[in-house]
Design a protein around this ligand. Structure first.
Ligand SMILES: Nc1ncnc2c1ncn2[C@@H]1O[C@H](COP(=O)(O)OP(=O)(O)OP(=O)(O)O)[C@@H](O)[C@H]1O
Ligand SMILES: [Mg+2]
Length: 263
């Protein structure tokens, strides 16, 4: 897709990832090239084990690729940075801090302190419907609630690029729908660059401008699908003919890769 260099936020160039396992070398990613533009919302779908989380961890700077490079704002990624915020597939909270203090931690990293940090933290907890649990500790929460705290903390960190690894995967259908709506509203306001992994094709289409379909291992980009449904999108968008058409197409492509895995 044409785009000026200044609009590029993240560039993934010929990334290959090989893991040493007890069964020998395992190629998780091979020849992955991807440009992510500023303000873009990208969703990634693909069968389990195709390397989605590995790719996200490489963008986050948590994993070094075996070869190839990742640039963020034109600079090579060599480690984590406050320009990139992550919501992990498995919630990662500070167990010794309360819910509110977990969120405040992210605000304090941005230099927001005292009463302002308290008020801001509550605003983010409201977005994920956890105001009543502000003074609880993570161990007192359900899995889905912990994940919502992790989401609030990532929003509070206000990174330039939000990397989300199946953030709504562990949530019940109602909460998931509510958080999709919240994320859509937020994104439509601030258009922050999002790289969002999901197993849920409906979720990918409702959120993204572009859906990336990954192939079975070794993970490659099989297809990029432009989601040409205008924003604002609502849950009703899921009933529209264009939505269903895109869903059929993406679903059949993902299913083919799933069959590859099972061979
Ligand atoms: N640290 C590691 N050491 C060895 N192998 C690994 C490591 N991390 C991931 N893998 C392997 O790399 C492959 C890709 O894993 P990854 O977690 O990226 O898949 P995924 O697409 O996120 O899957 P899921 O949808 O189930 O979350 C898998 O075969 C996995 O076993
Ligand atoms: Mg994963």
């Amino acid at each position: 897709m044409a785009g000026e260099a200044r609009d590029l936020k993240v560039q993934i160039k010929n990334v290959r990832m090989v893991f040493d396992t007890r069964n020998g070398e395992m190629v998780a990613l091979n020849g992955v090239d991807l440009d992510i533009y500023e303000n873009e919302f990208i969703c990634v779908v693909g069968p389990s084990g195709c390397g989605k989380s590995t790719l996200l961890n490489i963008i986050a700077g948590l994993t070094q690729p075996t070869s190839g490079t990742v640039l963020c704002n034109g600079k090579e990624v060599t480690g984590t940075g406050t320009d990139r915020g992550v919501v992990f597939q498995q919630y990662a909270l500070f167990p010794w801090l309360t819910v509110k203090k977990n969120v405040k931690f992210a605000l304090e990293m941005r230099g927001i302190k005292g009463k302002e940090a308290d008020e801001e933290a509550m605003k983010y907890l409201e977005k994920v419907d956890l105001v009543k649990f502000a003074d609880h500790y993570p161990k007192e929460l359900s899995g889905g609630m912990k994940q919502r705290v992790a989401i609030a903390r990532a929003y509070a960190a206000n990174p330039e690029v939000l990397l989300m690894d199946e953030p709504f995967g562990a949530l019940d259908a109602q909460t998931r729908t509510q958080l999709q709506t919240e994320l859509l509203d937020t994104w439509e306001k601030d258009r922050k660059t999002c790289f969002f992994i999901t197993h849920d094709v409906d979720e990918a289409i409702i959120l993204a401008q572009k859906v990336i379909i990954m192939s079975a291992r070794p993970g490659r980009i099989k297809e990029m699908v432009d989601i040409d449904i205008p924003y604002p999108r609502t849950q009703e968008t899921k009933m529209s003919p264009r939505f269903l058409e895109l869903k059929n197409h993406i679903w059949s492509q993902v299913y083919q890769e799933y069959l590859e895995v099972r061979k």
